[in-house]
Design a protein around this ligand. Sequence first.
Ligand code: BV8
Ligand code: ZN
Length: 239
Amino acid sequence: MLISDELKEKFEAAKRVCVLTGAGISAESGVPTFRGGGNVAVWKGMPFDQISSVRMVRENLAEVWEWFDYRRGFLKDCQPNAAHFALAEWQNKFDDFTLVTQNIDGLHAAAGSRDVIELHGNINRAYCTCCERRFDIRGAIPHTPENCDECFAPLRPDVVLFGEMLPIGAFEKAEKKARSCDLFFIVGTSALVYPAAGLAELAKYSGASLVEVNPEETPMSGFCDETIRGKAGEVLPLF
Ligand code: BV8
Ligand code: ZN
């Protein structure tokens, strides 16, 4: 049986629930993951954490834009799946529900989730490399505008790259919720990237029950109170 009776009881009794999602929750929407399933994201021979790095923005912004425009082109045909819709339902089930995502694909909001904490930004936004003015570039492939209409400096993707700080306030808000929740789900993430993965550890140390939903083992599996070896789109609607 995928979900134990004990977990079902915890779920029914929970008042404060926090969920951290990663690329795996969008896998059933057709969005490639970064590490799972052997399809390591590589761009023109560069490993993903090299092309998605702050150094590349400084050295070759045009290449970074090509990489993100390619991914946005892929994403424009992707729709939320049953897992995203299940979590949109969960936001009405508890006194306090928080959805934190590492994903930049915007599929949680597209499924109806509100106030999603996007730790790594959003691929459909860009910001000015000088005045940091933000632009919605949804649907503009390749990205336009190229330059800020205020100060004419080049724009960059509004995505947190390796070696960059997370959006001010986002991680702090997620930390506060992880510290105070009864139940913390970690769904579709290899739990390798910090500080995001640290939220699961923080929740556990703060007394929450930690539940993993992932078809594969991760470094967080042994730390969880329950691991559900299954696809998010099949497991989350069962609650
Ligand atoms: C930071 C946006 C503080 C970009 C991403 C050395 C040098 C520099 C930094 C570091 C270093 N060592 C450690 C670090 C910190 C680094 C880090 O953690 N590196 C790791 C790789 C070791 N972190 C950072 O740099 C962060 N910033 O630390 O700042 C700082 C800054 C400056 C100075 C001092 C301190 C910033 C990290 C954010 C990077 N940006 N994304 C882009 O998308 O291009 S991270 C990237 O990985 C994605 O956002 C992704 O979300 C994230 C995690 O990956 P997952 O989501 O878990 O996806 P993955 O493919 O790995 O796994 C998918 C899982 O799903 C698998 O387990 C699979 O089994 C499962 N799955 C598959 N199908 C399904 C499924 N599950 C359920 N259902 C299914 N159907
Ligand atoms: Zn500007």
